[in-house]
Design a binder for this molecule. Structure first.
Ligand code: GLN
Length: 314
């Protein structure tokens, strides 16, 4: 790819102040039609200098050491090639925490904060239990259990999380994140397929809650995904079969064996899956009739919560 005018300017001039470099970054990203050029240039700068966005605005005239401006330009060149910001900086903010990301693991999405916030609300309303056993299926980088444990770190309630993923890379990354946020003693990580690590009898009716953000992209949606998602997120973390709902069938069917009576099942879902996932839950006969649904920041249906029946009727 030929160097753009902005890149050329940088190569020829050994500047820079934060402000000048930021404007150059914005222009480089605009040249490729990035409609979030300004935001992204700022975000990259904030990771580069380890400063908040407001600190950057307040210090626009500050000089940047040449090796830092070279790094910034290297980052912008990667971004021009379509590499996700998170793979460039190595981090994604989720629930106010900077989680490490890695190449072969699904990049956390902010939509999942809705799921985490609702679970936090449920836990806050549980007054009778001293220790909660929670399961996270398909934990990826570990954002769900780690951010929940981090939120309750100073509370008297004890949380014992069992997080599983079929990808070895995901488990490695999740463990790294657990160390980063000191949740090591509250989250147990397992490499395995969905419920497989919990085949022991003691896990039956053991869990207060089961949580999952499973792969839910349908075959049709996959074709329309942006290159950034299709080329850089692992397909196995996204694809949920022909209609995107394969994992919900398995999770709903199996989870009632593992949940205590009255325990909750909290699922992230795709935009158009509310009806079908509610039907799967209702048809199982294992859950209470009232199913709660929540929308994300873009007003798309995103989260479903159902409670296991208190008495088994079937
Ligand atoms: N929300 C993700 C996306 O649209 C998909 C997440 C998932 O399949 N669990 O890229």
């Amino acid at each position: 790819m030929a160097a753009s005018l902005s890149e050329k300017y940088l190569e020829d001039n050994n500047i820079q102040s934060i402000g000048i470099l930021l404007d150059i970054g914005k222009n480089i990203l605009k040249e490729i039609g990035n409609n979030r050029a300004e935001d992204e240039a700022l975000l990259l700068m904030s990771y580069l200098l380890n400063k908040s966005k407001s600190e950057i605005f307040l210090n626009r005239t500050e000089a940047i050491p040449p090796e830092k401006s070279k790094k910034y330009i290297r980052w912008l060149k990667k971004r021009k090639k379509g590499v996700p910001i998170q793979h460039i900086t190595g981090y994604q903010n989720f629930m106010g925490l900077e989680f490490a990301v890695s190449k072969n693991v699904f990049i956390p999405r902010l939509d999942t904060e809705i799921l985490v916030e609702e679970i936090i609300r449920i836990i806050e309303n549980i007054t009778e239990a001293k220790c909660l056993h929670l399961m996270d299926l398909g934990t990826g980088s570990g954002i769900i259990p780690i951010s929940i444990c981090h939120y309750f770190r100073n509370e008297s309630i004890n949380i014992d999380f069992y997080a599983v993923d079929i990808s070895v890379d995901a488990i490695k990354l999740a463990k790294k994140n657990a160390r980063l946020f000191n949740c090591w003693n509250r989250v147990n990580f397992y490499h395995g397929n969905l419920f497989q690590p919990f085949s022991e009898e003691k896990y039956m009716n053991y869990f207060d809650g089961i949580i999952s953000n499973p792969p839910y992209i349908s075959r049709k949606e996959w074709k329309n995904l942006s290159d950034e998602v299709r080329l850089f997120d692992p397909p196995d973390a996204l694809l949920g079969g022909e209609n995107g709902i394969d994992f919900y069938h398995i999770i709903v069917k199996k989870s009632s064996e593992f949940l205590k009576p009255g325990g909750f099942l909290a699922l992230e879902i795709g935009n158009v899956q509310k009806k079908s996932v509610c039907n799967i839950i209702n048809n199982s006969g294992d859950f209470q009739e009232e199913i709660l649904t929540f929308r994300d920041y873009h007003q798309n249906d995103r989260v479903i919560i159902a409670y296991k029946k208190k008495v088994r009727i079937r």
